[in-house]
Design a protein around this ligand. Structure first.
Ligand SMILES: *Cc1c(COP(=O)(O)O)cnc(C)c1O
Length: 483
């Protein structure tokens, strides 16, 4: 029998070692030279796909052929998120330590759906989410040693949907999981008009419905939710027999990094028994710096759950979104099902956590490894230095914008995000397009009260003060060109 099995074309561990070294060299060279490339991909639609053969090769090629295509085919179609002058959206930091941690996770290739399917995967995840909670100054409610705890999910969008599932479980007394939302009642969720679209998606997916998301007005000067408007909306719903299920407080909105008043929102939520979910996807990690702890004011007293994304500013390769919940029973109550093939003595003993019950999917990889690698190799001091340098560079850009009479801030800087525009109304979009077309830097925009506003989102791994000066000169040249 064994002689009938042909040799299989796996790379041997020795070949893996050789090609692996070449891949690491390629990544290191990429990081060293990425700043010389235009930030935004210039690829035309379809051009990357056309460079590939229409079907997979019948006979395997050498790995080196793939490596050659990274430069030839892949990089022309990459917008360089790790470029030192990528200032779009929010940073998607992929630090060297995190990349190595992620590689280890791939190499181990373990499935962490149950504690018993790899105890290290679950227990390291519990410890690093506790470490991060501690670093951010979160209270005991967030720790794995109590009735709540943290879990690493793929994205904040999934975490927010998971929070809504737990909130529905609580609000329906458990019937949501058994019979769905078919009890004839209507349910509503609340967030500011500036909150992330993932809440609308979560409402669509959970059966609450898009039309039952109450979008609460913000203060135009701060873009933060007006709690009195929230109170009015909740009271109107209660009077109409609608059940308020969840309110989201945004700590750092995506458009302008506005910070909702979580304490005031939490007081209203507590009065009405509404689940309070804090979406701190981008800004939450700033609380690792004691001078920014006020971002999370009210969270310890009122939050039922909080999400923050190490895969944005905190140096950790996508995907890594940490979600903490005060009462894990609401989560597992909403999501646990135990088919026979997953039964095991460790789970039955109740002594362990099975993370499969903490999010929609079953299988899960060892995401804690890359966050562990970041927290250990940077140390909290190193992490703080990174966060503070992003803020300092944003402050520098803010100064430059303020000093040039052609420009103005659209809002005061929030952490590492600067929102600005030309004073002269309609020309800001053209200015931004000119800078992006130059390849020197990449910026994205939002609209504030209809006005086009450029967002410069600082905080990349490789960004230096010199990159801010280069970008500012590109903005000035573009402004000269418009004159
Ligand atoms: C980025 C962002 C999200 C979505 O993050 P994903 O992890 O990509 O789902 C949600 N909320 C806020 C405030 C964000 O900035």
């Amino acid at each position: 029998m064994p002689e009938d099995v042909p040799p299989l074309p796996h790379l041997t561990p020795e070949e893996f070692r050789r090609h692996g070294h070449a891949v690491i060299d390629w990544i290191a060279d990429y990081w060293t030279t990425v700043g010389e490339r235009p930030v935004l991909s210039q690829a035309a639609p379809g051009s990357i796909a056309r460079a590939l053969p229409p079907s997979a090769p019948e006979v395997g090629e050498p790995f080196t052929a793939l490596l050659a295509d990274l430069d030839r085919v892949v990089l022309p179609g990459i917008t360089h998120w790790q470029h030192p002058r990528f200032f779009g959206y929010f940073p998607a930091n992929s630090s060297p330590a995190a990349v190595l941690g992620d590689l280890v996770s791939s190499g181990i290739g373990a499935q962490g759906m149950l504690w018993s399917t790899s105890p290290a995967l679950t227990e390291i995840e519990q410890v690093v989410t506790d470490w991060l909670a501690d670093a951010m100054g979160l209270g005991d409610w967030s720790r794995s040693t109590g009735p709540g705890g943290g879990v690493i999910q793929d994205t904040a969008s999934t975490a927010t949907m998971t929070a809504l599932l737990a909130a529905l479980h609580r609000a329906t007394g458990g019937t949501a999981r058994d019979t769905g939302l078919q009890d004839g009642r209507r349910y509503a969720v609340y967030a500011s008009t500036e909150a992330h679209s993932s809440l609308l998606k979560a409402a669509m997916m959970t059966g609450v419905g898009y039309a039952n998301v109450r979008q609460i007005a913000v203060d135009p000067g701060t873009q933060a939710m007006r709690p009195e408007e929230l109170r009015a909306a909740v009271e109107a719903d209660v009077a109409a027999g609608v059940v308020p299920v969840m309110v989201v407080s945004a700590v750092g909105t995506t458009a302008t990094c506005a910070v909702d008043p979580t304490r005031a929102i939490g007081e209203i939520a507590a009065q009405h028994g509404i689940w309070l979910h804090v979406d701190a996807a981008f800004a939450g990690v700033a609380a690792i710096c004691p001078e920014h702890r006020d971002l999370l004011d009210g969270v310890d007293e009122y939050a039922d759950s909080l999400v923050t994304n190490p895969h944005k500013w905190l140096l950790t390769t996508f995907d890594c979104s940490v979600f903490w919940v005060r009462d894990r029973a609401a989560l597992t109550g909403a999501l646990s099902i135990v088919p026979e093939y997953l039964r095991n003595t460790a789970s039955d003993s109740g002594a362990v956590v099975d993370y499969r019950d903490w999010h929609p999917q079953l299988g899960r990889r060892f995401r804690a490894m890359k966050l562990w690698a970041v927290l250990r190799t940077y140390g909290l001091d190193g992490v703080r230095a990174h966060l503070r340098s992003g803020i300092a560079m944003a402050r520098r850009l803010e100064e430059l914008v303020t000093a040039d009479p052609r420009f103005e801030l659209a809002l005061p800087r929030s952490l590492s995000l600067v929102c600005f525009a030309l004073r002269d109304g309609d020309r800001t979009a053209g200015l931004m397009e000119a800078v992006n077309a130059s390849g020197i830097a990449y910026l994205t925009h939002t609209r504030l009260g209809g006005r086009f506003v450029i967002r410069a989102s600082i905080g990349g791994v490789w960004t230096t003060p010199e990159d801010i000066e280069l970008t500012w000169r590109a903005l000035q040249r573009a402004a000269d060109g418009l004159a």
